[in-house]
Structures are given as structure tokens and as C-alpha cells.
Design a protein around this ligand. Structure first.
Ligand SMILES: [Zn+2]
Length: 156
């Protein structure tokens, strides 16, 4: 599928996923290994797929907005406990997360300036609308219910 999208999906960097796996193996108290018990409860931020029941995931805190700013934020995310391929179709919105997401818009200073719920809507049009504001530097897709960071969307 070829798209002329004006955005790029940015999954969790592989080094962050690998670091979480190593920390969990080393017994870090803020890294938990969990066996998945629901088909849509544990989104892996590295491959951008729902982890399947019976698979193991690592739960750990991730600073999606780094420290030192008013909107600095660290929150819980999952990655597969076993190695998985990083999401590669970065010019296409990941199909697994077309529902139950909210998009947050941030400016170049990491300040949140807008947000939109994409439930039951085409996320591409919500992305396009948020990027129409020239102050928007990047977006974050998050769970609409628990608010957990899912992935980042950069302007191309
Ligand atoms: Zn994964």
C-alpha cells in the first residue's frame, strides 16, 4: 500500500525495548513480566500489535515526554518479553489501534497544545487536522481509557 502521508509513525526504539527486557531479566523492581490474559489489553509498543493471550510482556515506565518541562510525563507501557520486529510500515497508521485512541498534539518545546479522540473516526483525518496547526511538532497516540502512551507520530 503506497500512501503519500504527511506523517510518520514512530514506534518505541528497539534499544528501549531491549533495555526493558534486560532490566526485567535482572529483576528490576519497576519492570514486571506479565502473562497476557486478554486479546486487546496489552499493546506492544515495539511491533505495534496486541500481545496474544499466553504471550509474555514486560510492563515498565517510559518517559514519553522527558523530564524538565511542565508536560513531562512517564507512564506504564508494555513490550513483548521475547524479541519482536519493530513496526516498519511507518507511513501507515497501525490498523490494530484505529479505535480507542486519543491523539495529543505537542509543540517543539514538548508542551501539549491540542488533543482529539479518534474513536470510530479515520485517524488519518484527525492527524491531518492536528498537523494543520504549524505549531504542532509531533503527536502522541494514547489509550483513550487508561491514557497509556502507545506511539509517537512525527510530521514529515
Ligand atoms: Zn512486540
Amino acid at each position: 500500500m503506497t500512501q503519500n502521508s504527511n506523517f510518520r509513525i514512530v514506534p518505541l526504539p528497539t534499544e528501549v525495548a531491549e533495555g526493558a527486557r534486560h532490566a526485567a531479566q535482572a529483576g528490576a523492581s519497576d519492570h514486571a513480566t506479565i502473562t497476557v490474559d486478554s486479546p486487546t489489553g496489552y499493546p506492544c509498543r515495539h511491533c505495534l500489535q496486541w500481545a496474544k493471550p499466553g504471550e509474555q510482556v514486560i510492563l515498565f515506565p517510559y518517559a514519553s515526554i522527558p523530564p524538565g518541562r511542565p508536560y513531562s510525563e512517564s507512564g506504564p507501557i508494555f513490550v513483548h518479553a521475547a524479541a519482536c520486529p519493530r513496526y516498519a510500515a511507518t507511513d501507515a497508521y497501525p490498523n490494530e489501534f484505529r479505535r480507542h485512541r486519543v491523539l495529543r498534539a505537542y509543540n517543539a518545546s514538548n508542551d501539549m497544545i491540542d488533543a482529539a479522540v479518534v474513536d470510530d473516526a479515520a485517524p488519518e483525518s484527525a492527524i491531518e487536522r492536528l498537523l494543520e496547526n504549524p505549531a504542532t511538532a509531533f503527536l502522541q497516540a494514547r489509550s483513550v481509557t487508561r491514557g497509556c502512551y502507545t506511539f509517537r507520530i512525527d510530521r514529515v
